[in-house]
Design a protein around this ligand. Structure first.
Ligand SMILES: [Zn+2]
Length: 471
């Protein structure tokens, strides 16, 4: 069986074949955060999706090189820096650190490379020089450098690979300086923005005068430096497909040797957007949440990760507080079953049970169908619980189940809470109760059981001795 992915470039499900002739190394790039504020849960849906892709490729035996850029200079950042009266670096590093902490809370593996735009100005200048040399970029009267869509098309390239562009609307030489522009409006976009008074001291020297890079050139330059002219996977939220990703393709393919054109990215994967309580997230609607907002309401990173991983990445997902409650209940079911299997397995070791792994792999091989993957997990939990209650599961079988769960969880990344998680003072009360029972002081033993219950812990007497369980 092979991994199949929906490629936005071809609009079909294709078998994943890496460029590496040995079939092992995989280059993967995901557009990262613009570090001017805390990321919201819609952003994190995309980053958790990228983490799923990376973890699943690693599970499948690939050696992944995961790159995520950090956009630490752009229009919004410059405006905030001026308002805050601090330096660009001081401002952006603070937000970058908060972003990485949030990734950790959500159990995302950190990308291998987190290149900052401001530290890669030279590769960007190099790319712009190439585009000018190929006749694909020009300097306008204000000193900014623009990419020429018309010249790009005239040289046989295709603009509009990811989304259908109405090229009849293309007006020669119409220019857009802003990094974000309306859908499907093809216009020349800025590669280098000449220094403006509102930029303050945020500028770099260049062959075309002082200024700063456009947003799109960042990703083309940094992916090229870290993954090469052509690489396997490029990920991002669906809102980035146009113009950002389309412009990345134009810049990267335009900068290649015209005698040896290649496809910039083999597979483009786009995650669908997130609704909150059925609506588009907006501060004005009161449904705009950062990760920290949810943590402050008592939800864990693990619960939020579970919920954001529940649906297929190409389906829009409706995030609700009811869903978060459901996530809590689902995780409790997993924890309880894994805890019982641990008790049953005791110190046994075993090879992973292939049944769970096979079903899970079948689900994820089909364009990373995580919802089918979870269905396989819960079907397995149901079977384990039945056998546990029938006491028909041997320690070796329990150990094989646990080993399989560990493999699956290397992809899901939710872990399973250890059964004996009670704090020391609770453990001490339990020990006291055992001593009382041993001395046949049942009144005292019962009083201690009640004391534990009052503190939220139940005692379950099992053949292997008493176990503590959260009420
Ligand atoms: Zn990007």
């Amino acid at each position: 069986m092979a991994l199949k992915l929906f490629n936005t470039l071809t609009r079909t499900i294709e078998e994943f074949v890496p460029l590496d002739p040995a079939g092992r190394a995989v280059g993967m790039y995901c557009c990262g955060p613009t570090v001017y504020d805390l990321a919201h849960i819609g952003n994190f849906r995309t980053f958790i999706f990228a983490d799923l892709v990376r973890r699943y490729l690693e599970f499948r035996g690939y050696a992944v090189r995961h790159v995520m850029n950090v956009t630490d200079v752009d229009d919004k950042i410059i405006a905030r820096v001026r308002a805050a009266g601090v330096s660009l670096a001081e401002f952006t590093r603070r937000h970058e650190a908060a972003f990485l902490e949030d990734l950790d809370v959500l159990g995302c593996r950190r990308p291998h490379h987190l290149p900052r735009a401001t530290e890669h100005i030279e590769p960007m200048l190099d790319l712009i020089r190439r585009l000018i040399a190929h006749g694909l970029a020009y300097q306008s009267a204000d000193g900014s450098v623009y990419f020429s869509i018309q010249q790009y098309i005239a040289r046989g390239h295709r603009y509009g690979q990811l989304v259908r562009i109405r090229l009849e609307d293309l007006r020669a030489g119409e220019r857009i300086r802003s990094d974000e522009y309306a859908k499907e409006t093809a216009a020349d976009f800025a590669l280098w923005k000449s220094r403006a008074p509102e930029d303050g001291d945020v500028f770099w020297p260049s062959p075309w005068g002082e200024g700063r890079p456009g947003w799109h050139i960042e990703c083309s330059a940094m992916s090229r430096q870290l993954l090469g002219e052509t690489f396997d996977l490029h990920l991002g939220g669906e809102d980035l497909a146009f113009p950002h990703h389309e412009d990345e393709i134009a810049q990267s393919e335009g900068a290649m040797d015209p005698a040896a054109p290649r496809r910039f990215v083999q597979y483009w994967l786009h995650g669908a957007h997130l609704l909150v309580e059925g609506q588009k997230m907006a501060k004005s609607l009161g449904n705009f949440f950062t990760l920290r907002d949810l943590v402050a309401r008592g939800y864990s990173g693990r619960e939020i990760r579970y919920l954001l991983l529940a649906a297929h990445y190409r389906e829009p997902f409706n995030f609700t507080f009811e869903g978060l409650q459901g996530a809590r209940a689902a995780l409790a079911r997993i924890d309880e079953c894994i805890g019982k299997l641990r008790d049953r397995a005791a110190s046994q070791n075993a090879e992973p049970d292939p049944a769970l792994i096979d079903e899970f792999t079948r689900a994820l091989d089909g364009d990373l169908n995580a919802s089918a993957g979870w269905a396989a997990v819960f079907e397995w939990i149901r079977r384990q619980n039945r056998r546990l209650s029938e006491e028909s599961i041997s320690p070796v079988e329990a150990a094989a189940g646990l080993a399989a769960w560990d493999r699956i969880d290397s992809v899901l990344g939710i872990g399973a809470r250890a059964a004996a998680e009670a704090p020391p003072e609770i453990q001490a009360l339990l020990a006291e109760r055992q001593a009382a029972r041993k001395n046949r002081d049942f009144t005292r033993a019962d009083a201690l059981r009640t004391a534990l219950k009052d503190q939220g812990w139940l005692i379950e007497d099992t053949p292997a001795g008493p176990k503590l369980k959260r009420k």
